[in-house]
Design a protein around this ligand. Structure first.
Ligand code: ZN
Length: 285
């Protein structure tokens, strides 16, 4: 199944386009509250019983152009992030493959919608892109085993971990340099993982005709199931919580010379089976 969020309310993509799920299911429209109330199962039932047109896979070919979408979870409780989680990216930064996941958070206030503008603060001189697979938690998870971890996923989407490199490496902590307002675009669509193999998805980042990242989630050092299990040890993951799973090789920092985001550029991140997240960049001086 595929979901979009419009006016902060979760919609199913059906054979006839997006349908607001709150009136159909009687559940809350807020995506996190919807998943907490077992909205995935309610949506499946609505398709089976004909309350939604088409089948659970009806939204696969939906045309999203012309829709004004929010991020799938517009205001998550937390955005967990994993650093250096692709073998090819760890190599380009000259860092060793980590033995345990490198965990940090982005401020949830940085989340913006597909198509919304990334506003680089004037004092940031090295803004960089990072295309990432994002996981949205679907039910409360605590101390879950890796073998069971994917049962706790509502779905996956595309995220952009915008990073101010000039600030990232003047401290040992990464939250600051990655939490500026607008530095976490997400979307356009949330896809349930029964439609995908999250261990084998092509992921690429493009600016205009330049293909800057071109990899596969199979390059992850710690796969999605491991990350969920790891993060849930001693820490409760709640429905609507987001996990950014790291970026592959090709970031601007790893290029010679480094390539920073420029005013007026549009960054397009595509993950196979999900779609393309596109956001323009504005730099003011
Ligand atoms: Zn990242």
């Amino acid at each position: 199944m595929r979901f979009v969020t419009i006016d902060r309310r979760i919609h199913a993509l059906t054979a006839t386009g997006p349908v607001d799920l709150a009136p159909v299911t009687g559940l809350p429209g807020d995506p996190a509250a919807f998943f907490a109330a077992d909205g995935l199962e309610a949506t499946r039932r609505a398709f089976r019983e004909g309350a939604l047109e088409g089948t659970e896979t009806a939204g696969t070919t939906a045309d999203l152009s012309g829709l004004t979408l929010d991020a799938p979870v517009p205001q998550p409780r937390v955005v967990w992030c994993i650093g250096l989680n692709y073998r090819d990216h760890a190599a380009e930064t000259g860092k060793e493959i980590p033995a345990v996941p490198t965990v940090f958070v982005k401020s949830p206030g940085a989340v913006i919608a597909p198509g919304a503008t990334i506003e680089v603060p004037p004092f940031v001189t090295q803004p960089d892109y990072e295309g990432e697979l994002a996981v949205v938690i679907g039910k409360r998870a605590r101390d879950v085993a890796e073998a069971d971890a994917l049962e706790y996923v509502a779905g996956v989407t595309v995220a952009h971990d915008v990073s101010a490199r000039d600030h990232q490496y003047v401290t040992t902590q990464w939250c600051w340099s990655k939490s500026y307002d607008t530095f976490c675009p997400m979307g356009p669509v949330l896809v349930t993982i029964d439609e995908l193999d999250v261990t084998d998805l092509p992921i690429s980042t493009r600016i205009g005709s330049e293909v800057l990242q071109d990899s596969n989630t199979g390059q992850m050092v710690f796969p999605v199931a491991h990350l969920i299990s790891f993060l849930s040890q001693g820490t409760t993951l709640e429905p609507g919580d987001v996990i950014l799973t790291g970026t592959p090789a090709g970031v601007g920092l790893g290029r010679t010379p480094p390539r920073w985001l420029q005013d007026g550029e549009t960054v397009e991140i595509t993950i196979g089976g999900i779609g393309t997240l596109s956001n323009p960049v504005r730099r003011s001086s």
